[in-house]
Ligand binder design. Structure first.
Ligand SMILES: Nc1nc2c(ncn2[C@@H]2O[C@H](COP(=O)(O)OP(=O)(O)OP(=O)(O)O)[C@@H](O)[C@H]2O)c(=O)[nH]1
Ligand SMILES: [Mg+2]
Length: 404
C-alpha cells in the first residue's frame, strides 16, 4: 500500500517516497480497480471492492457485472493486464491522482462525462489529439454511459450517490514549445473519483469523509469546480463545501510533514462551470470579459489570460460575500503560482444548423416534462484543458526537482 502522505509532486527518489515498481501498484485495497481475474465468485455478483464502486444505487450497480468474462471458455485470445498508454513498462509516475472537488450540483459528474466528448473534438479545433479509455470495465462503462447520456439521450447524469473510482488512460500529444518543434507523444493513467458533493460539506462525521480525505491527501492535483449560480443558494453555497474539508486536509498533510513551503503541495485547476448558462454568460458579456472567435463556429470565450481576473470579478462583483472567501481560501491554502483558472461548460452553447454560434439563440438547455434536456450535441468548453495542463504542470514540477 502506498504511503498515504506521499507527495507525488516530489520525485520519489528525492523524497524517500515509494520506489518505482515494474508494474503499476494497486494503490490501496479500496481502490483496487485495475485487475479483475475470475475467481470462485460468479461474475454477475461482483463485490464492491472489485468494482471500485461504493454506495452506488442499484441501477448502476447492476451495470457493473463482469460481462467481459461471458465468453471465458478458453476459446478467446488471452488478455494482457491493463498497460499504460506509452507502451513501455508501467511505472508509478505514469499514474496521476487528481481529485475533483465541488459543491453539490456544481457539475462534477457532467464534467467527467463530457471529457471523452471534448477529447474526440480536439482535432476539429486544431488542438493536440487525446484518446481516453478505461483501465477496467467500470471505468469504460462510465465513459460509455456518460457519452450516451450527454450526446445521444441529451440529458445530464443523475446526482452522484457515494463515491465512484475511475481509472482512465490518456494517450495524447503535447503542443510544441517552439514553432519548429513537433508535437510530442505523451500518456498517463488518471485515477479520479466521482464524489457526491455533500461529502465535501461541513458534516465531518459523514461516512465517506475519511475515504475522500485520503484521496485528497494523496492526490497530486485538484480540479475545483465553482458554480457561480448555485453558489447563491444556501444549500449549495460553495464556501460551505470548501473550508471545512480544506482545513482537515491541511491538518493531515501538515501532520505528515508533507507541506510544500508551508502550504498544501497540490497543483490546482479552478473551473468556473456552466458558462453556457445565460445567467452566467450574459453578465460576463456585458461586463466585457468575453471575446468571440472570428473563424470556425465563432465561439465566444473568456481569453485564457483573463480567466483568473474573471474569477476574481465573479467572486468580488457578481457573487460577493462568501464567494470572496472561496477565492481567498484557495489562494491561502495553495501556492498561487500552482493555481490555474478556466471558464468551462460541459455542454457548450447551442449552435445553429450551420454549426455557428448565434447570440440570439445560444441557450443549450430546455426543460421538457420538468427534465432539463440538452438542445444540441455538446461542444464542451475547457473540459480537457484543466486536466491535461494540470498533468503537464505536475510532470514539469517533478522534472524540475531532479538534480540532473
Ligand atoms: N447549463 C449547464 N448546466 C449544467 C452543466 N453541467 C451541469 N449542469 C447542471 O447542473 C446539474 C448538476 O450537475 P452534476 O454534474 O450532476 O453535478 P455534480 O457536481 O456531479 O452533483 P453531485 O453529484 O450531486 O455532487 C445538472 O443536472 C445540470 O442541470 C453545464 O455545463 N451547463
Ligand atoms: Mg455528481
Amino acid at each position: 500500500m502506498s504511503d498515504p502522505y506521499y507527495d507525488p509532486n516530489e520525485n520519489p527518489q528525492d523524497s524517500g517516497g515509494p520506489s518505482t515498481p515494474a508494474t503499476p501498484p494497486p494503490s490501496d485495497p479500496s481502490e483496487a480497480t485495475t485487475l479483475h481475474w475470475p475467481d470462485t465468485t460468479p461474475p454477475s455478483v461482483a463485490r464492491p471492492e472489485e468494482t471500485g464502486t461504493e454506495y452506488f444505487p442499484d441501477h448502476h450497480a447492476s451495470r457493473s457485472s463482469h460481462s467481459s468474462y461471458s465468453g471465458w471458455d478458453g476459446s478467446l485470445e488471452p488478455a494482457a493486464i491493463p498497460a499504460p498508454p506509452n507502451g513501455t513498462a508501467a511505472t508509478a509516475t505514469d499514474r496521476i491522482r487528481i481529485a475533483l472537488w465541488g459543491a453539490p450540483r456544481s457539475g462534477k459528474t457532467s464534467y467527467l462525462a463530457a471529457m471523452p466528448i471534448a477529447a474526440m473534438q480536439q482535432q476539429r479545433q486544431g488542438r493536440p489529439n487525446w484518446v481516453i479509455s478505461g483501465m477496467n470495465p467500470e471505468s469504460n462503462e462510465f465513459l460509455t454511459s456518460g457519452v450516451t447520456q450527454l450526446a445521444s439521450d441529451r440529458v445530464f447524469p443523475e446526482a452522484t450517490v457515494g463515491v465512484r473510482s475511475l481509472s482512465w488512460s490518456f494517450q495524447g500529444e503535447e503542443a510544441p514549445n517552439g514553432s519548429f518543434r513537433k508535437r510530442r507523444e505523451v500518456g498517463f493513467v488518471l485515477e479520479v473519483q466521482d464524489v457526491a458533493g455533500e461529502v465535501y460539506g461541513k458534516d465531518t462525521e459523514h461516512a465517506l469523509r475519511p475515504r475522500v480525505l485520503d484521496q485528497l491527501t494523496r492526490s497530486q492535483g485538484l480540479i475545483y469546480l465553482f458554480d457561480p449560480l448555485l453558489d447563491a443558494e444556501q444549500a449549495t453555497n460553495s464556501f460551505d463545501f470548501l473550508y471545512s474539508m480544506l482545513n482537515e486536509l491541511n491538518t493531515r498533510v501538515r501532520d505528515a510533514g508533507r507541506l510544500h513551503r508551508n502550504r498544501l503541495p497540490h497543483h490546482v485547476s479552478v473551473c468556473v462551470t456552466k458558462f453556457d448558462d445565460p445567467k452566467v454568460f450574459r453578465p460576463a458579456v456585458e461586463a466585457g470579459w468575453v471575446t468571440q472567435d472570428s473563424v470556425g463556429s465563432r465561439l465566444p470565450r473568456v481569453p485564457a489570460e483573463q480567466a483568473a481576473h474573471y474569477f476574481q470579478w465573479l467572486c468580488d462583483e457578481f457573487r460577493g460575500s462568501n464567494a470572496r472567501l472561496v477565492r481567498d481560501g484557495l489562494l491561502n491554502f495553495f501556492h498561487p503560482q500552482r493555481i490555474s483558472y478556466y471558464v468551462s461548460s460541459a455542454i457548450g452553447f447551442r449552435l445553429n444548423p450551420q454549426h455557428i454560434f448565434d447570440y440570439r439563440n445560444y441557450l443549450n438547455v430546455e426543460t421538457v416534462d420538468r427534465v432539463p434536456r440538452i438542445c444540441t450535441s455538446p461542444v464542451p468548453i475547457n473540459v480537457l484543458e484543466p486536466l491535461t495542463e494540470l498533468e503537464s504542470r505536475i510532470r514539469a514540477a517533478g522534472r524540475r526537482r531532479r538534480p540532473w
